[in-house]
Ligand binder design. Sequence first.
Ligand code: FNR
Length: 342
Amino acid sequence: MSRAQRKIDHIHHALKTGQHRLHGLDDISFVHNSLPNLSVDKVNLNTTIGELSLSSPIFINAMTGGGGEETEKINRCLAQVAQESGVAMAVGSQMAAIKDRVEKQTYSVVRQENPHGVVFANLGSEATVEQAKEAVDMLEANGLQIHLNVIQELVMPEGDRDFTGALHRIEKIAKNLSVPVIVKEVGFGMSYEVTKKLKEVGVTIIDVGGYGGTNFSRIENERRTKHFSFFNEWGMPTAVSIAEACQFQRGTSVIASGGVQTTMDIAKSIALGASAVGMAGRFLSILLNDGVDEVIKEINDVHEELRFIMTALGAPSISSLQQVPIVISGSTHHWLTERGVS
Ligand code: FNR
């Protein structure tokens, strides 16, 4: 099967497999504030991740790598959404375009549609410094996402089997690139230990990509008869991943992602300490079912709803939302207690 066909398969299986709300964010409750002393029009949604300033805490996370007509069309539509709504956007893995120049148009269309927006390039941790520079140049990208997807590779018969040296390659890229590096998971979460190692080699932005939304073990298993289904329930839910990554990581910006679907999910992710929130499966599903205008409407609605939630909490900014009191219950509380995360 060609790489392009595999990527199309991912899109269709992602929609079919859907999102299961296993991210743990339902274990987070806000403490109601009857005296917020704030008006809706004073709420500011600007945020920063590393050295990057964003006008919205939400962004379109990486989805369409691999090339081909269908992915180019999806990239074009997502770029139109990003341009209209002012949110940042990541493309899917660009390795196909680096290996086969014909595929470049799949990605460069993103910059053509959205000349001034914040765009993230994307590669796996097998990338070299030269490939990382090429991926960034291809899009005039403002940052580079490096994805970690060990479980997805293991479940694929044609996937990688050797994961040595990834941290060293990431360090070299982080030290040699002129734009910030974001290291991200793809739905299995990231622990305190991993985020600490990344910070030590100079990574300043981490996207926890937690368990509970799009599930690449399920997606890969559905595509074939030999099942590695023991990986279907594998991973750290998004809520615990955010809390672990934020615990001792001064100087590192944490991005929440993995199953984020509602404005309340976004608000809770930020209250756990995230500076921004990535959404992939949710936007893909609206785009393919209802079209570009509906994704734009969804983003505008989320911005309005977030302003209302922040007003109710008395939080005029993203940094003040990160500080509001929350109560953590259920298995998220249990996990964080066991792991010594407060
Ligand atoms: C992805 N994701 C992804 N991530 C990445 O870093 N590079 C990639 O090429 C892709 N490709 C891709 C294709 C499709 C169809 C989907 C749905 C997702 C992973 C994505 O960025 C995100 O980490 C996970 O999907 C979890 O977030 P959601 O979907 O639960 O919001």
